[in-house]
Design a protein around this ligand. Sequence first.
Ligand SMILES: Cc1cc2nc3c(=O)[nH]c(=O)nc-3n(C[C@H](O)[C@H](O)[C@H](O)COP(=O)(O)OP(=O)(O)OC[C@H]3O[C@@H](n4cnc5c(N)ncnc54)[C@H](O)[C@@H]3O)c2cc1C
Length: 393
Amino acid sequence: MNVRPPPDAAQEWDAIVVGAGPAGAALARRLRPRHRVLLLDRAPARAAAAPRIGESLPGAARVLLQRLGIHDGFLAQGHAQRGAAVSQWEQDTPAWFDGVRDPHGPGWHLDRARFDAFLREAAVAAGAVLAGDVRQSTVAHDGGRWRVDVERPGPDGAAPSLHTHRAPILVDASGRSMSVARQLGLARHGQDRLVCLYAHLPADAGDQDQLTRICADTNGWWYSVRVPSGQRVLAFHLDSDDPDLKTLRDPARLLARAQRHALLAGIRPATTDFAVHAQPAGGGGLDPSAIAALPAGFFAVGDAMLAFDPVASQGMFNALATAESAARAIAATLGGSADARARYLDEMRAVQARYRRHLDATYAAVQHHAHEPFWRRRGADAAAPVLSPSTPA
Ligand SMILES: Cc1cc2nc3c(=O)[nH]c(=O)nc-3n(C[C@H](O)[C@H](O)[C@H](O)COP(=O)(O)OP(=O)(O)OC[C@H]3O[C@@H](n4cnc5c(N)ncnc54)[C@H](O)[C@@H]3O)c2cc1C
């Protein structure tokens, strides 16, 4: 029989942040040292860094890293400077974009696992308390405060331990799973069926290409870039109901399909002994009005607030930017302001509207495949139910 010990006495915080990804970690750092912050994550606090997709950070993030006080430490981590990009998107003729022309600078190709760990360490260094290995957390609002009951495994196979935490502020920073918002009855809106099939191809000393290569296909789109480890990311984005989702899980087939495009034909790893992963990648977000209807003190940041389609390459910038805006609103709320959350949500409405306009224009630009289902769903048929509220990724 699995006898659970009773929970220990509730611990009091100013803010409980669920999710220690880039958004949650950046927010926790910003709230310190003035506020007591608990940062919860389901991953072990000292987990080995797992390879992750999503490595392109725009130069505009520099100022956010500076305001977090971690810019110099970030530069010392050895991420690669972003080179130029070449795409076959609007038409078959390749178009070039040189990041040097970006007024914010070219940006970086990150070692993503290292970047995420760096942000978490920065939050802890600022005094946030990080509790990893969270198996389950239950949230409720009672007595005018948020309450989170957390279950974590006991040491060496002992029974799990239960802890109760309370705070006036509760933040969902759990990424696309938006697990706290879902517990509170909110749903994700505007998410489509996009799935990313991706592989980290083995490092190849002969491959020194620094270009980001982007390519529209009949039933989706590709990108490929070398990351600081020397490995090459190869990613194909398609719809979840496309039969290719199954067949292209085979490394040799994925590679062969990529090589049909002139821009990707030169990608020739020495072996096809690599894993192909699938990850939900559709954009979508929480409805700010639904958040406004929840009790005071609930916030969402990063992908939990608005997940960007990967074609935008803006997810991490958004994670850092929403952390900054939410930190300002949370500090004001803790200081007694009654309308700080409403102002934050207005800002999020504006971000969502701008993002939607850019996304529609980006997909509508692919005229040569416009009649194919993948592109029709994002162009002429975009108002059809495919982009209606759906279950979260
Ligand atoms: C295919 C693909 C490609 C992408 N490419 C790019 C790119 O090139 N550039 C870019 O900027 N962005 C890119 N992104 C998006 C980027 O990765 C995300 O926007 C970014 O990770 C968001 O950060 P976050 O902190 O909000 O969420 P996450 O990074 O998802 O972090 C969420 C954290 O919450 C934790 N968590 C989840 N549920 C719970 C729970 N119930 N309890 C406790 N902890 C929990 C997780 O363990 C995780 O640590 C891409 C995304 C995809 C899918």
